[in-house]
Write a protein that binds this ligand. Structure first.
Ligand code: AMP
Length: 479
């Protein structure tokens, strides 16, 4: 199979952009998908973010749009030809940035629209005319209704992270959007898994799709000690400080599910005397790289990040990873804990489980094929010197110099390009989790500890994680 981009029939302008991104070889999903998308066939691809899937669909898509390339200033000469739909603003922004990078030497235009932002600047961009429109479903419908987005000349539609779009409940929005598109088009659907719902979606909107699946990375001998502790939201920070203190751990990654949560936690940890820095989508690439370098140099001890911001960062060997929030997506759990316990080093992954997280933990249990026990963690009654950072003077509110304020989103034009990842994950094939596999909680009748039962109200079956099982859940990391 071809592994070099130069062997593909891509325009020199696209190849130049790829070279400038520093990509040397195609990732497995790229090697499989690019030649197929270049033929114009529908594709159903099983791949998750972090596998290089954005380039896998956008490079051939841009190539096919090259015949429409023109330098006219007239918006009419730049109708939307390709639509890329994603579930979240972060992902939409990330994908749009990548597409803009790949298209930067062409005359093809692209833009992104997502909710939570003023519609006016987006409208101005749309009215100028763009060939590639990246969008979240809700905001796109707003623009369709306002007649800012005219989609009758769309030739390609990409449903990216389709499983997450369905999870969020975007199916009706997707159906409405797709009803505005010409029937004659190429549809590409990417999803981490091919669930029954995804297959149903594909059956309704794809025509004879070519199925592309890349295998999951092979498990290695590296092991991570995984701990799940029940914790109220108010106690989570103390829980982290306690584990750091008790285990004598100085440096760690802490994952939060939201940018705001990430910023707040960083501030609070700084107040506790830790050298902490935030890595989230509102930080520029420059700020992220500085924080990363500071972490590598030991000037920062705790990097508090969101999944999107941490993805593609070249840090893998941290002593511990904390999940301040249980990830919404079980696959993210595997990515998060894969940051620790590498290269033979022992790693610790601690997940703090709130009462409402039982479904998310059950999803992880199903994915990692290992029973999870949620333990309780004894916390000191008050904030005492016991919780002071390891290896540092107990100076009050030591500041890392990395401000964790929830800054305003920088202007898109001011954002530097994302760096190419050097994660060895790309060297390994990805294998989607087996759908037929039954979660351990499906086959057990379970006992619920009083503390958890009081807080959670599971509607149906209770996951095995609430069983008093003593075995520790240990699985291999992803490289
Ligand atoms: P994606 O899965 O598309 O979100 O890509 C994740 C990261 O991998 C992005 O930062 C890309 O710039 C990077 N990437 C994509 N393709 C390659 C490649 N062939 N070689 C190295 N890095 C890549």
């Amino acid at each position: 199979m071809t592994s070099s981009f130069s062997q593909l029939s891509l325009a020199p302008t696209l190849l130049q952009a790829v070279a400038e991104m520093g990509y040397e070889h195609m990732t497995p999903i790229q090697a499989q998908a690019i030649p197929v998308v270049l033929t114009g066939q529908d594709v159903m691809g099983a791949a998750q973010t972090g596998t290089g899937k954005t380039a896998a669909f956008s490079l051939p898509l841009l190539q096919r749009l090259m015949r429409h390339e023109n330098s006219s200033a007239s918006p009419a000469r730049h109708p939307v030809r390709a639509l890329v739909l994603l579930p979240t603003r972060e992902l939409a922004d990330q994908v749009a940035q990548q597409i803009a990078q790949y298209a930067k030497h062409t005359k093809l235009r692209s833009t992104v629209v997502f909710g939570g932002m003023d519609m006016k600047p987006q409208t101005i961009e749309l009215k100028k005319g763009v060939e590639v429109l990246v969008a979240t479903p809700g905001r796109l419908l707003d623009h369709i209704e306002a007649k800012n987005a005219i989609l009758h000349q769309v030739e390609y539609v990409v449903l990216d992270e389709a499983d997450r779009m369905l999870d969020i409940g975007f199916l009706p929005d997707l159906q409405r959007i797709l009803s505005h598109l010409p029937k004659e088009r190429t549809t590409l659907l990417f999803s981490a898994t091919f669930s029954t719902e995804i297959k149903r979606l594909a059956a309704s909107y794809l025509q004879n799709p070519v199925t592309i699946e890349v295998a999951r990375p092979n498990a290695t001998a590296n092991t991570v000690e995984q701990r799940f502790y029940s914790a109220h939201d108010d106690d989570k920070r103390r829980a982290i400080c306690t584990v750091l203190q008790e285990r004598g751990i100085r440096q760690a990654f802490i994952f939060s599910n939201s940018k705001l949560g990430c910023a707040r936690l960083t501030r609070a940890l700084e107040r506790d005397g830790y050298k902490a820095a935030a890595l989230h989508g509102d930080k520029s690439q420059d700020e992220r790289l500085k924080a990363l370098e500071a972490f590598k140099q030991g000037a920062v001890d705790l990097l508090v990040c969101t999944d999107v911001a941490a993805r593609g960062l070249d840090i893998k060997d941290v002593p511990a990873v904390f999940n301040y929030d249980v990830p919404f997506n079980a696959e993210d759990y595997v990515h998060r804990i894969g940051r620790t316990g590498r290269a033979g080093a022992s790693g610790l992954a601690v997940t703090l489980v709130a009462a409402s997280d039982s479904k998310l933990v059950a999803d992880i249990e199903k994915l990692i094929k290992s029973k999870i026990t949620v333990e309780s963690l004894a916390l000191p009654q008050s904030r005492s010197s016991r919780l002071r950072p390891v290896g540092h003077e107990a100076a009050p509110a030591a500041s890392s110099g990395y401000e964790s304020r929830h800054s305003a989103r920088p202007a898109r034009a001011a954002r530097p390009a994302r760096m190419a990842s050097r994660d060895p994950f790309f060297d390994q094939p990805y294998q989607p989790p087996s759908q037929s596999q039954t979660a351990s909680w499906d086959s057990h009748s379970v006992a619920t500890p009083a503390s958890v039962a009081r807080l959670s109200k599971p509607k149906r079956k209770l996951p095995a994680l609430f069983q008093p099982i003593s075995a520790e859940a240990v699985v291999s990391s992803d490289s």
